[in-house]
Design a protein around this ligand. Structure first.
Ligand code: MG
Length: 232
């Protein structure tokens, strides 16, 4: 029998916290009320290059070149839904290839990796040529898939030195495939990763790699900094 004392000293931190803002999380998959909606199934007016991508039935299909947001983003939470073509054509890197480029520099690979061999640090969910995903959580070609990405942008000193590297956490179809992965620099096909000093905010980019990959429900949240408290 555990007898609890009627009066105990409760621990209190003494910190005066700013009240967390009330938001509406929205439907499953969002967008939450404080998100910037980048694609709602109707238009790509927030993107450059979007005029080449045909929109139908609430989704858009990649075609003729990549698309780049008009606005820049640094630290953020990003939600992207995508589907590889349902007709399987090609193999390896040639199947449903696209990619989400954070700050236009750091690629989270999109690929149809359902029963499709390729190099592991280039398969679906990889931080391209830096780190394979922890598991292959790919759905079948043609099925809708989700990426939920938490990104901390790198910080640079005046002289260009990396003060803090970038970090990325990726959930693929709700499965953690990267947990606070330390980016080694930009992701390139031809060069090893390297950092070069850039602005605090840069546009997001979605790659066109010759395949008709579909997208829908794209949104981003910038309010990802911790609430600040004050000791009285
Ligand atoms: Mg790619």
């Amino acid at each position: 029998l555990v007898v609890r004392a009627a009066f105990v000293d409760e621990y209190k931190s003494g910190i005066n916290w700013t009240e967390p803002k009330v938001i509406d999380p929205g439907p499953v998959g969002g967008p939450p009320s404080d998100a910037i909606v980048l694609f709602d199934g109707k238009d790509l007016s927030q993107w450059q290059g979007g005029e080449k991508w045909p929109i139908q039935d609430g989704y858009v299909t990649s075609k003729g070149g990549g698309i780049t947001t008009k606005a820049g983003f640094g630290d953020c939470q990003l939600h992207v839904e995508w589907a590889a073509p349902d007709e399987v054509k090609g193999s390896g890197q040639g199947r449903g290839n696209s990619g989400v480029y954070l700050m236009g520099k750091y690629e989270v690979q999109i690929l149809d990796s359902f029963d499709n061999e390729t190099y592991f640090d280039g398969q679906c969910g990889a931080i391209y040529k830096q780190q394979p995903p922890t598991v292959n959580a790919c759905r079948k070609p043609g099925e809708w898939q989700t990426y939920d990405i938490l990104f901390t942008a790198p910080r640079f000193a005046e002289d260009g030195q990396v003060e803090k590297p970038g970090y990325v956490t990726v959930l693929h179809n709700g499965v953690a495939v990267h947990n606070h992965f330390e980016l080694q620099g930009s992701t390139s096909y031809t060069e090893p990763p390297k950092y070069s000093k850039h602005a605090d905010k840069l546009p997001l980019h979605i790659q066109f790699h010759g395949n008709a990959t579909r997208f829908r429900n794209i949104w981003v949240r910038e309010a990802v900094a911790p609430i600040v408290g004050k000791k009285p």
